[in-house]
Design a protein around this ligand. Structure first.
Ligand SMILES: C[S@@+](CC[C@H](N)C(=O)[O-])C[C@H]1O[C@@H](n2cnc3c(N)ncnc32)[C@H](O)[C@@H]1O
Length: 260
């Protein structure tokens, strides 16, 4: 069974070697080729896309409240949230990621916390907005379900939760099995080759909708969108898709509101 210790060790290795490329595995940026400003600009663009989408469905969060970025990495998205919210917290399992996030922090009202516990280190009803993207796809299903319960606990009544998952693998069984094997091997070998790793593995896990619904309990799913975040070389350019991809991982983004 994959444990939190194993996940933390993997991400510490990845962060130490090339944190930016471990986060956005754009094939042209392997080997520490990400320019930091360009990398951080992808976070601003992604949060802008998400806020425009939330406005379009009448679900904008209260920016006078506090935002949580779960699995914040070096703060690519946290810094963009800090530009919009009165206060902001990024939490990550990797101390190395948190150290780098603190170096890149430009806001006094933004802080970073390392946590390797499925119980989040926050009191209940704390956040008006919780965002998590390209994180739960790297966490085993049973753990993601625990985190979803925690998101609901720490979300303020009336607060908005937006998170991305890989729902499933599409197409027929054999094609799907072949593609899945190829994709995992490709991601893992690219990570290893670029970072000279034997210990660090980027795990990929699906979280089907029935599991999401069960974990969210009484919180209301307002909307679900297909996204392009399943791409093995996702470069931070979040796109909402008209329909589910016909092959490979099916990325879904959930918008959830905790009933007041
Ligand atoms: C692909 S990166 C995405 C970082 C950030 N969300 C972004 O898009 O810039 C995944 C991040 O999730 C973190 N992570 C993985 N498992 C975690 C867990 N159980 N708790 C908190 N963070 C976790 C990793 O350390 C890593 O920084």
């Amino acid at each position: 069974m994959i444990t939190l210790d194993k996940l933390r060790n993997d991400w510490e290795h990845l962060a130490e070697r090339d944190a930016l490329w471990a986060i956005l595995t754009d094939s042209t940026k392997a080997g520490r080729k990400w320019d930091v400003a360009e990398f951080m600009a992808t976070g601003e663009s992604e949060i802008n896309t998400v806020m425009t989408y939330l406005a379009s469905i009448g679900c904008l969060p209260d920016c006078k409240g506090s935002a949580l970025d779960f699995g914040c990495g070096v703060g690519r998205l946290t810094q963009a949230l800090a530009r919009r919210f009165a206060s902001c917290v990024g939490v990550d399992i990797s101390q190395q990621m948190i150290d780098q996030a603190e170096t890149l922090n430009r806001f006094a009202h933004c802080r970073y916390v390392a946590s390797s516990d499925t119980r989040l280190p926050f009191t209940g009803d704390s956040f008006s907005f919780i965002y998590s993207n390209i994180v739960l796809q790297h966490i085993p299903q049973y753990m993601s379900e625990l985190y979803l319960r925690e998101f609901v606990r720490v979300l303020a009544p009336g607060g908005v939760l937006v998170f991305g998952v890989q729902d499933s693998f599409s197409t027929g069984f054999l094609a799907s099995l072949l593609m899945r094997t190829r994709q995992i091997v490709r991601v893992r070998s690219r990570v290893k080759a670029a970072m000279g790793l034997s210990a660090g593995n980027m795990q990929m896990h699906c979280l089907p909708e029935r599991a999401v619904r069960s974990a969210l309990g009484s919180a209301k799913i307002v909307d679900i969108r297909y996204t392009n975040t399943a791409a093995s070389d996702f470069n931070g350019n979040l796109v909402y898709l008209e329909q589910a991809p016909t092959s490979g991982y099916v990325g879904k983004q959930y918008c959830v509101v905790k009933q007041p």
